[in-house]
Design a protein around this ligand. Structure first.
Ligand SMILES: [Cu+2]
Length: 649
């Protein structure tokens, strides 16, 4: 045998053993389970509670403490392109009381904060990051990303006090400093799916895309009455009375990178290297598809979701906790058998064609941004932009495997302004139960009606059932009544823009100005009811405003058509039809390109209820926010003469 023959055979054997090794690693699909909940320590009588409260503990759950570390985490993230677990060191959240959970295989997702209306939660946030060497970046310019180890906390979507130690994102918690936030969840706060993440201007995108986010769930059990609405949680019960199965799906884009021999960023991390996110070089248009990374579900890439039962109704709480991609959430039957754990991003589209069925499994969307909608909407695809939440009732119609897919979308509908190829998010397997042979929408409707018969009080059951029979209306469960035109007391205009015309610099602007931390951009009256007109002159941006959600009135395209009605056609883009009258806190403001005349005009209404103080609105492509696409808002008392009180007089 010649030497070259020996090499050839040896080479073959190596290929075999490498393939075998890849296969062995690829089998270790980790289970995607719901994130663990933070341990809550109740404040007890011995800590000073009045005796009278103890007698009504059930109706007054009182105060709870929660201990949260913001710290570097040494973890692994699966890399489907290489079938290896990449070693990463990323900023993340950790329950300070759950010290056992620190292994490299602990999922990179913040624990869930689980609360009830009427509860006060005190969240002690410990900044355990090292001293900061990045505060000098930009020479003190507010809109150059900087101070990557400073942090704070935002309870996205909660209707709580924005000032002081409430949901205050205008404070900086420096390395080594602890601060206790206090969220008073009003007894009338809607139950639903919210989330938390850091929000310090200058480091928000870097920290959130490192995996610093988690679910924040408000659970309610208020029964609707003939005059007041209740919580949909009360309806979503199994025949035995327990809650239906629930999946919390925190969808993140953890865009870690390594450096190559020249010190440049590469997404091709070698064994022995440690991936991280330590600069803003890796953000920007197209950076996410270019990275080849996969959106993770509860910290796992291409994981196996917990088992489902065929024919059972589950509640899926989807949270877009990422920064740089649009997610078009689809469920399809898995029809092929090709291993999915070894899968380069570029091959995913073909893999889905070969291994996932053509037909999507429709599901019933019941809430947007945590707020129960007026009607269950059957969807083939839910579109989640950064910051969005979608609650869906999902039925897997038979035993077997299902592909969870981030589907294709029109370029104008996506963060990267390019039609991204599809990505696999994970696999869910249904076992046992029973097959559903007819329309899933009809099956779900029948299930909801029987749930209403079982769960609703006699004085509302008839109304709830009639509603459900009438196109699955949920009028007894919506947290906010419509805001009628006659209630509107003022108007606000807003225009997003990226100014690329100035020599040498790009400016990220709202209303023609980059963010100025020392400027109040809008002073608005407490109890005022405003109609806002939202536009973008340069590409699309997800608008988010803190504290008070808004109701969508109309979404008008450049040709003057309102595309927000259920069943409307927005040039094949499914994200707007069905949003008319829906309440949200984050909304895509579309401009298909860079020509201001192509922009959409979006009208929403909101009211400023209960809480005064200063907070922000901004673009939820968080690197845009860090670079200036943000405004300060002040809610203040009216002066009684049509204006607002300014200063201290
Ligand atoms: Cu933006």
């Amino acid at each position: 045998m010649s030497v070259s023959d020996k090499i050839a055979i040896f080479g073959m054997a190596s290929v075999f053993s490498v393939t075998h090794a890849l296969f062995a690693v690829a089998q270790e699909a980790r289970a995607v389970t719901n994130p663990l909940a933070y341990m809550l320590q109740p404040i007890t009588k011995s800590q000073g509670m009045l005796k009278t409260f103890e007698q009504s503990r059930e109706t007054f759950p009182g105060e709870v403490l929660l201990d949260m570390n913001a710290t570097y985490l040494d973890r692994q993230i699966y890399n489907p392109a290489t079938a290896r677990y990449d070693h990463v060191k990323l900023r993340g959240y950790q329950d300070a009381r759950q010290t056992g959970l620190s292994g490299a295989d602990t999922p990179l997702v913040g624990p869930t904060i689980d609360l009830r209306p009427g509860q006060t939660v005190r969240v002690t946030l410990h900044n355990l990051f090292p001293q900061d060497s990045t505060c000098g970046i930009g020479g003190g310019s507010a809109n150059t990303p900087h101070c990557f180890n400073g942090t704070n906390l935002h309870s996205h979507g909660l209707w709580v006090n924005p000032s002081g130690n409430g949901d205050n994102v205008l404070i900086s918690i420096r390395p080594g400093v602890s601060f206790q936030y206090e969220y008073n969840i009003a007894v009338e706060h809607p139950a639903g799916t919210f989330w938390y993440h850091p929000h310090l201007h200058g480091s928000t995108a870097l920290q959130v895309s490192s995996g610093m986010s988690g679910a924040l769930i408000i659970r309610g059990d208020r029964m609707p009455t003939p005059t007041e609405t209740g919580d949909i949680d009360r309806l979503l019960k199994q025949p035995g009375g327990s809650d239906i199965a629930e999946r919390v799906l925190v969808l993140q884009q953890i865009q870690y990178a390594c450096t190559d021999n020249n010190g440049d960023i590469t997404y091709d991390c070698q064994p022995g290297q440690v991936g991280g996110i330590e600069s803003y070089d890796q953000f920007g248009p197209g950076s996410w598809p270019a990275s080849g990374r996969f959106t993770s579900v509860n910290g796992q890439v291409l994981g196996q979701l917990a088992l489902a039962e065929a024919g059972s109704v589950e509640r899926w709480r989807m949270i877009h906790a990422g920064v740089r991609d649009t997610i078009n959430f689809e469920i399809r039957r898995k029809t092929g058998t090709t291993a999915f754990r070894t899968l380069a991003a570029a091959d995913t589209d073909r893999w889905i064609d070969q291994n996932c069925g053509k037909d999507t499994i429709p599901y019933g969307v019941v809430a947007q941004d945590g707020l129960t909608m007026a009607q269950v909407q059957m969807r083939q695809q839910a579109i989640l932009q950064p910051g969005y939440r979608v609650d869906a009732l999902v039925v897997l119609p038979g035993a077997g495997d299902y592909c969870i897919i981030d589907g294709a979308a029109p370029a104008a509908a996506s963060v990267n302004q390019e039609a991204p190829s599809r990505r696999l998010l994970g696999i869910v397997t249904a076992v046992g139960g029973h097959a559903v042979n007819g329309e899933i929408g009809t099956y779900l409707q029948d299930w909801l009606i029987s749930a209403a018969e079982r769960t609703m009080s006699q004085n509302v059951a008839g109304k709830v059932i009639d509603d459900l029979k009438n196109e699955m209306s949920l009028s007894s469960f919506i947290p906010h009544p419509d805001i009628d035109a006659g209630e509107v007391t003022g108007e606000q205009q807003l225009v997003f823009n990226i100014d690329v015309k100035q020599p040498g610099a790009t400016f990220f602007e709202v209303d023609g100005k980059p963010y100025d931390p020392n400027r109040i951009d809008r002073t608005l009256p407490l109890s005022g009811v405003d109609e806002w007109t939202l536009r973008s002159d340069f590409v699309s941006h997800p608008f988010h405003i803190h504290v008070n959600p808004f109701q969508i009135i109309k979404i008008v395209d450049a040709a003057g058509n309102d595309v927000s009605a259920l069943g409307a056609d927005d040039d094949g883009d499914p994200q707007y039809p069905g949003l008319k009258n829906v309440w949200k806190d984050t909304l895509w403001i579309k401009n298909p390109g860079t020509d201001p005349s192509a922009r959409y005009t979006i009208t929403v209404r909101t009211h400023y209820q209960r809480y005064i103080g200063e907070f922000v609105l901004h673009c939820h492509i968080l690197d845009h926010e860090d670079q200036g696409m943000m405004q300060n808002i002040r809610i203040t008392l009216p002066d009684g003469q049509g204006g607002t009180v300014s200063g201290h007089h």
